[in-house]
Design a protein around this ligand. Structure first.
Ligand code: NAD
Ligand code: 6OD
Length: 506
């Protein structure tokens, strides 16, 4: 598969003629290589081919980005009115849409996900994430209280929302543009400046967004990107930098712990969207076909690399066998293939390293005596794709609830299905986890649906649906799946400081 680099190179950077780095940092409005010239490779998950070299950021690049972001706060960005800021964010969204195909090819090259998925989910949400928060910040009312004063007069209190300052955005690789802009959109809407550390696996769309920022006139230093790794690299240098005022992170729970330690130095606020081991629950009274469709999407979409995915499915006993057979048929109908092929139902995992992790769980399941209903290994692919990170969608039954396969997040296209007999049992099993991100419940019994929504310990509960959400609603995880909520006005709680102003009137 050819990766068309010409559509991926940031124009401003390629104009500088530095062909050694295809994914430069974006600092203070410029595309730049690392000071020491260090790079790392970005390889296609589809066939292992080299997409390009990525600048590897260190302390000097993080220092430069923080200085630029801080200067921008004091400069033109900090002086804009809310309406001016909102207009710029609309322009960003429009420009992403105008360059839809460039973003699509960059995202698809980095992740290997089917074009059909990225064109319906990742890229549209990249633009929508700017529009929605532009709307919210324009419409959010200020809290006001008139009070009586001890001298018999009156005072007016009102709350001002002020930006936190420089916000670090550390993102994962599974939905790169979507998850990064989900943080950058509200951060900028609230008047902050940002430094993004995209995943080392997916540097493309964050870099391309730099071009968009320049094109629409976002002042230099407002949006910065520093590439690199986590520990002892750009990620750690950024999150421990004293010039960072707040940290928003999406990724693994273990990484969240490391970042929280870094944030404790200087008591910087954090917002975390972390891992999950989400349960799907299907009752015998559910719309059977809709439930099978919904669970298939929750288990296998994006090759199972969705934090909201379902790796534990509990099905009420009377429909258990029928459900397993129907889900098996769905899994086996998902044809692996190149992203551009309309027939492709499933792409590769993000990397060979991640595939090793997923396959280690496939091995564990077998060793623990699971029944492998379907999959369990690597699909046969044409020779040209044999270096890609392909894996079969997999379904197991028969494992005990204590199995690592049922307790740990795998982040692959797989699920274990177990029967249950009572509502209480389903709830207890769903809650028996250190995670609490989401659940998807399938039933036509309305009372039961509302009961479960109250009893299952998660941040998001889907009833007869999955991954369906109005962006004005709170999003986030309970237990070890996250800290805080973003979405709608809830994002403002994280990206602004509230300052009360009390004015003695008379
Ligand atoms: P990850 O935690 O390995 O990496 C995420 C980002 O953190 C990357 O940019 C990485 O370079 C950086 N990083 C790693 N160590 C760091 C450190 N010590 N200091 C600073 N930065 C560091 O996660 P991933 O493998 O990229 O993504 C998959 C994980 O993300 C899964 O666990 C998934 O559940 C989770 N996720 C959660 C949500 C959610 O909304 N809850 C959404 C998407 C992904
Ligand atoms: O839709 C979103 O806003 C969001 N944060 C989705 C997270 C998906 C996890 O992989």
């Amino acid at each position: 598969m050819a990766n068309d680099l010409s559509t991926r190179l940031p124009q401003a950077f390629s104009a500088r003629g530095d062909a050694a780095v295809q994914f430069p940092h974006f600092i203070n409005g410029f595309f730049v290589a690392s000071r020491d010239g260090r790079t790392f490779e970005n390889r296609s998950p589809v066939d292992g081919s080299l997409i390009g070299k990525v600048a590897e950021g260190g302390q000097p690049e993080v220092d430069a980005a923080v200085a630029a972001a801080r200067a921008a706060l004091e400069g033109p960005w900090g002086k804009l009115t809310v309406v001016q800021r909102v207009d710029l964010l609309y322009a960003v969204a429009d420009e992403i849409n105008r360059r839809f195909d460039d973003f699509l090819s960059a995202e698809v090259a980095d992740t290997g996900k089917p074009v059909s998925l990225a064109s319906h989910l990742d890229i549209p949400r990249g633009a929508a994430n700017f529009k929605i928060f532009a709307d919210i910040i324009r419409n959010v009312p200020a809290e006001t209280f008139e009070m009586n004063t001890p001298d018999g007069g009156t005072a007016l209190n009102y709350a001002l929302r002020v930006p936190r300052g420089v916000v670090a955005v550390v993102s994962p690789w599974n939905l790169p543009l979507l998850l990064m802009t989900w943080k950058v959109g509200p951060a900028l809407a609230c008047g902050n400046t940002v430094i993004v550390k995209p995943s080392e696996e997916t540097p493309g769309t964050a870099t391309l967004l730099g071009e968009v920022m320049n094109k629409v006139g976002i002042p230099p230093g407002v949006y910065n990107v520093v590439h690199g790794f986590g520990p002892d690299s750009a990620g750690e240098f950024l999150t421990s930098h004293p010039g960072i005022n707040a940290i928003t992170f999406t990724g693994e729970t273990r990484t969240g712990s490391a970042i929280m330690k870094a944030a404790s130095n200087g008591l910087r606020p954090v917002s975390f969207e972390l891992g999950g081991k989400n349960a799907g629950i299907v009752f015998a009274d559910a719309d059977f076909d809709a439930a099978v469709d919904g669970i298939a999407r929750a288990a296998f979409s994006n090759c199972g690399q969705v934090c909201l995915g379902t790796e534990r499915v509990y099905v009420e006993r009377p429909i258990f066998e029928r459900f397993v057979t129907a889900l098996k048929a769905k899994a086996e109908a998902m044809k692996p293939g190149i992203p551009q092929d309309k027939e492709t139902g499933i792409g590769p995992l993000i990397s060979l390293e991640h595939r090793s992790k997923v396959l280690s769980y496939y091995e564990k399941a077998r060793a623990e005596g699971a029944t492998v209903v379907t999959g369990g290994g690597v699909p046969e692919m044409p020779a040209a794709l044999s270096n890609g990170s392909w894996v079969q969608p997999t379904i197991w039954t028969g494992l005990p609830e204590t199995s690592a396969v049922i307790r740990e997040e795998i982040f692959g296209p797989c699920c274990h299905i177990a029967p249950f007999d009572t509502e209480d049992e389903a709830v207890a099993r769903a809650n028996d986890t250190q995670y609490g991100l989401c659940t998807t419940v399938w039933t036509t019994n309305l009372s039961r649906a509302h009961r479960l929504a109250k009893r299952i310990e998660v941040g998001l509960c889907w009833i007869n649906s999955w991954f369906l959400r109005d962006l004005r609603t709170p999003f986030g995880g309970s237990k070890q799946s996250g800290i805080g909520r973003e979405g709608g006005v809830h994002s403002l709680e994280f990206y602004t400081d509230l300052r009360n102003v009390c004015v003695k009137l008379y």
